[in-house]
Design a protein around this ligand. Structure first.
Ligand code: COA
Length: 392
């Protein structure tokens, strides 16, 4: 059982009634380096005017040496735990939604689990491209509502810069790196994650792809239905654009209906940040004021699974979310896959009372201990192996 603090005293020991899954913490992390449109136009034939007019993007963050999907996820996670004011040891589950994991396995989530010293948590990566964060939220919220876990850390983290073909001007201008995380926790207070709609159309799998080791043509060093290079993204931009504008409004409408609200009751839409024009088209079709669409694509580009939690963090920071508000998350992208979720915001957040100083210190100690725990485990394994090898 996660030990939420006194302000969250309605978290459950033995729930008598229904359980709800609430967002109680959030955080984001970005690489140090920013790359502007002008910088890109120095090595591919493009311009700031073209990129900004077609996408709404001005700049993006690019991971440097020592920065990776897992390190960004770890930083975002630490912030989210700080806001939630819970200890890593209280986490039951860590999910990292990503298309750019450190490895096929171990999962980036397992690395984060180790670095956080969250040794009561299960951990796995989830692959649903730009819809990954909403898929992961749905998995975690359902586990909480079913009673199998109490507290989950859900992260979207990407280093898209590493799977881009930097000679391909139709894709390299669009993407960026970053991470966002939320803590979901069980509560008896009604609200939290109210509905989710997950969908996929694999017939569009060739429209947006990053072929990997398991690809049918991997041995040829060319792979993927459209002859893409291994580990490099290919995209049929126009078709993806049309797909996105078609599914966003439908899935928001379905998720709203499932949550028992009308589209007009949504206070803020936090969409996947792919292209400002996609958001404008979706707002028009839904009949929602574009000002109710959170957009920060200008400064981050498309950070795939990280874009929704990063936008959520910024919306909170900008005070665009109030208690009892209905928030719609919507993701769309490779798969093709898409997903919408309605969240009713609001149980008291520890951060609003600046958390507990004691817990902050305990978290710091746990992070430090994590490094020692890992090292000592590895050392013990090596010593054991050495003894075995020398045994006559
Ligand atoms: N700079 C300058 N010109 C470019 C360019 C660039 N970065 N990229 C493409 N062009 C050129 C094309 O070569 C084409 O030239 P041509 O007419 O001489 O053949 C012209 O611009 C129009 O290309 P087109 O692909 O039709 O442009 P578009 O208006 O569809 O915009 C995208 C291209 C990629 C911006 C747009 O299709 C898009 O945003 N799609 C969705 C992508 C997306 O969001 N993917 C992720 C989903 S999760």
């Amino acid at each position: 059982m996660a030990t939420l603090n006194a302000t969250q005293n309605q978290a459950l020991d033995a729930p008598a009634g229904p359980v709800f899954a609430h967002v109680v913490g959030w955080g984001m992390a970005l690489p140090d380096k920013v790359m502007t449109n002008e910088e890109i136009s120095a090595f591919v034939e493009t311009s700031d005017e073209w990129i900004y007019a077609r996408t709404g993007i001005k700049e993006r963050y690019i991971a440097g040496e020592g920065e990776s999907t897992a390190t960004l996820a770890y930083k975002a996670a630490q912030q989210a735990l700080e806001v939630a004011d819970i200890l890593p040891i209280d986490l039951d589950l860590i999910v990292v939604a990503t298309s750019t994991p450190e490895n096929i396995f171990p999962s980036s989530a397992s690395l984060v689990q180790d670095w956080l010293n969250a040794h009561h948590a299960g951990a796995f990566d989830l692959s649903a491209a730009c819809s990954g964060f909403v898929y992961a939220m749905n998995m975690a919220a359902d586990s909480i509502r079913a009673g199998s876990i109490q507290t989950a850390l859900v992260i979207g983290s990407e280093t898209m810069s590493r799977i881009l073909d930097w000679q391909d001007r139709s894709t390299c201008i669009l993407f960026g790196d970053g991470a966002g995380a939320v803590v979901l926790a069980a509560s008896e207070i009604e609200g939290g994650v109210k509905s989710s709609v997950l969908r996929s159309d694999g017939a569009g799998s060739d429209l947006l792809a990053i072929p990997s080791v398991g690809s049918i043509d991997a041995a040829e060093s060319r792979a993927g239905a459209n002859g893409a290079k291994l580990y490099k993204m290919t995209m049929a931009g126009g078709e993806v654009f049309r797909f996105a504008t078609r599914v966003v409004n439908d899935s928001i409408e379905q998720a709203s209906k499932m949550a028992g609200i009308g589209v007009e009751d949504i206070d803020l839409v936090i969409p996947h940040q792919a292209n400002l024009r996609i958001l404008q088209a979706a707002a028009r079709k839904l009949g929602i004021d574009i000002n109710k669409f959170m957009s920060n694509v200008e400064y981050y580009g498309n950070t795939s699974a990280a874009s929704i939690p990063i936008a959520l963090c910024e919306a909170i920071e900008q005070k665009r979310i109030q208690d009892k508000d209905h928030i719609a998350l919507v993701g769309f992208g490779g798969g093709l896959a898409w997903a919408s979720m309605i969240i009713q915001w609001g149980i008291p957040k520890p951060s609003e009372q600046h958390g507990s100083v004691f817990n902050r210190q305990r978290r710091k100690v746990q992070y430090r201990m994590a490094r020692w725990r890992s090292r000592s485990r590895r050392l013990r394994r090596r010593v054991k192996r050495g003894i075995k090898d020398f045994r006559p």
